[in-house]
Each structure stands twice: as C-alpha cells, then as structure tokens.
Design a protein around this ligand. Sequence first.
Ligand code: ACO
Length: 379
Amino acid sequence: MSTEATFSRGLEGVIAAESALTYIDGQKGILAYLGIPIEELAEHSTFEETAFLLLHKRLPTRPELQKFTEDLASHRPLPAPIVELLKALPQQAPPMALLRTTISALGHFDPTADDVSLGTLHQKAVQLISQLATLTAAIGRLRRAQEIIPPDPTLPHSANFLYMLTGKRPSAEAARVFDVLLILQADHEFPASTFASLVVASTLSDVYSAISAALGALKGPLHGGASEQVIRMILEIGDPAKAEPYIKERLARRERIMGFGHRVYKTYDPRARILKEYVQKLALQAGDTRLVEIEQIVEKVVIDALGAKGIFPNVDFYSGTVCYYLGIEPELLTPIFAISRITGWMAHILEYLEDNRLFRPTTRYIGPPLRHYIPIDQR
Ligand code: ACO
C-alpha cells in the first residue's frame, strides 16, 4: 500500500473510471449522453431510444429500435412467485426497500443469473429496465390496496408504467412528459448508486446483486429522495403569499432548501430548466397554477440569496411537481428515479466490464501502532 496515495473524503474529485457515456459541464450547465445534448434528446428522442443509446453507445436504426421496444415489452410481466412475494411483504414498507428486495429476488428465477458475459448482460439490461418499472407500478398499487394491473403490450414504456400504476391509459401529453422525465434522469455520470453498482459488478458478481446495491445507495436521503421532500415542502407552503417568508425563515435558520444546489452543477441544472417548462404546461392544463406560482417565488428567493454561491435549482426541484400533476404520490418519486436510472447503471456496468478492473481502494490507517495481544485475564 503506497503511503503517497492521495486521500479524498468521499472520493471527492477522484477519477475512479473512464466512461464515454455522459458528459457534464457543471459550470456551464451542459449535460450530454454520448455527446448529444440533453435538450435535443428531451425534444426529439424517446425513453426507449435513449436507453438504446446508452446501452449500445449509438443511436438505433428504425428496425433496431423496433426490436428493442418489443424486447422491453416481452419482459414486462413479472414471474408469478415475484407477485406472490410482493403481496407477502409489508405493503407500507418504504417502496425503495420493496424494490431492492424484489429486484434481488428476481435473480432466483433466472437460471443464467451468474452469467456476466457481455451478450447475456445486454439481454439482462433490457429485462431489468422493463421489470423494474413493472415492479414499481405493482408496489404503488399494493400500497393503496389496489389490484396489480398487468402491462399492456401495445403501450410504450412510459405510458405502460402510468397505465399499470393508475389503471388509466394516459393522455399522449402525460405519457410524453413522463417519457421526458425518464430521458432526463437516465444517466448522470458517477453518482453513489452507479459507483455502488460498479463496485459489485467489478467482482464479477451477478447483475441482480449489482442493481440491488445501486438501489440501496439510491434509497439514502443524500442521493435519491430530495424530490419527495421538495413536493412536500411546496404542498406545506400551500399558498403563494406564504412562499417568500417561509423560505426566508428557513434560510435565516441556515436550513437547506431541498431541490437546490448540486455537487457538480454550480449553475442552473439543465434538466431542471427543461422540467420547469413542462410543469408550467401541466399546471395550465390542470387549471391549477398554485404550485407553480409557489415554486417560482421559492426559486427567485433562493437564487437571490444563494445564486452567487452557485446554488440553483437541481432536477429534483421540478421532478416531484411533474409527478404530482401526473397523479403520482410523493412516496414513489425515488423508485421513479430508479425506473430511469437503471438504464445508466446497466450502461455503466456493460461499459466497465469490457475492461474490468476490481475496485479495491485502500484506507489511510489511523489506528494504534503494532502491539502485542493481551490475554483476557491480564487486561
Ligand atoms: N440550501 C441552502 N444552502 C445550500 C444548499 C441548499 N439546498 N446547498 C448547498 N448550500 C450551501 C451550503 O450550506 C454551503 O454553504 P457554506 O459554504 O456557507 O457552508 C454551500 O452551499 C456549499 O454546500 P456543500 O454542502 O459543500 O455543497 P455540496 O456540493 O457538497 O452539496 C448537495 C451538494 C448535497 C446536493 C447540496 O446542495 C444539498 O444538500 N442540496 C439539497 C438536497 C438536494 O436537493 N439534493 C438533490 C441533489 S440532485 C440529485 O441528487 C438528483
């Protein structure tokens, strides 16, 4: 172990892998997948196409996209024992914990679970992207004591999720907004969940273990979870007239305002800029702009106070409100993040295993010097 190795708490600033997937410029507010700006993907692409882009590192041809879409549809139904398992678990357990348990359990029904060859992993990527959405919808249904709704093979991924969750086929607009949300969150370079999945994958363990680790990391409030707190805060404020004093009081108490600030972005998060437009459209369609008015005031007060420090809205500031207008309860926001981000997890695993190197960092030892063992009756 080299004593000269640099130490960085939380690996901050450490480059732990090379990746061709996602480019971020946190100063200029640029995010791109395989070099394609997120704004262009949000405008022209679909979740299926973006998922193919990340997994294969290129845009699909029309027949390839068709095949990928059909593959996703074919995997959507859950094995019957997984449905039984879900029903046997406590329905009010945290949805992320239920998701982690059931993704792990899916591995027991895959006879090739331990096969980590790249061809097989590509198939498992499609299967897991597909089934994680079905699982999330089922968890959402059971939480409300509703029957699980099987997928509709004619619907695309986003519309299918909304259908399985709500029981209603969504409007084209609602399905498109949700699709954009999934595109925006599909990858983000090297956050804790992606890193966790790669640490596990680098041991050549099975992909169910790797994705369970990622879900465990995403579950933590320092990673996923901020969007749920944002929408709860906006609902708690409740009235545009109360927004400014509410935020000013919290800032005076030096409290953090959820949905603001980012380790990488020191300017407006490009994903938040896109979602803000959609939220405004959804509010107008719903004929209820109260939450948007509150958010605009909150945003202005926080930027006036902290913008000079590089604190601006992040993706979580608007993602919760998008889901609120789509009728999705706050408890499901982190699993919905996972529905999208599993694409990035799988893309990074596939990329990393092309040239695998076991993750095994080291610690700086700060314990006692070498000494002799003392028998118990002499202590
Ligand atoms: N509200 C108020 N002040 C803030 C906020 C915030 N949301 N975020 C950072 N600050 C302040 C800090 O108090 C600190 O001030 P100081 O220098 O006077 O002590 C300064 O900005 C720097 O803060 P750090 O914690 O060092 O910044 P870091 O880059 O480590 O934090 C983080 C990033 C964790 C996202 C932080 O901004 C935060 O806690 N935000 C709120 C939670 C949130 O929205 N998380 C979602 C992130 S996006 C995602 O994960 C998808």
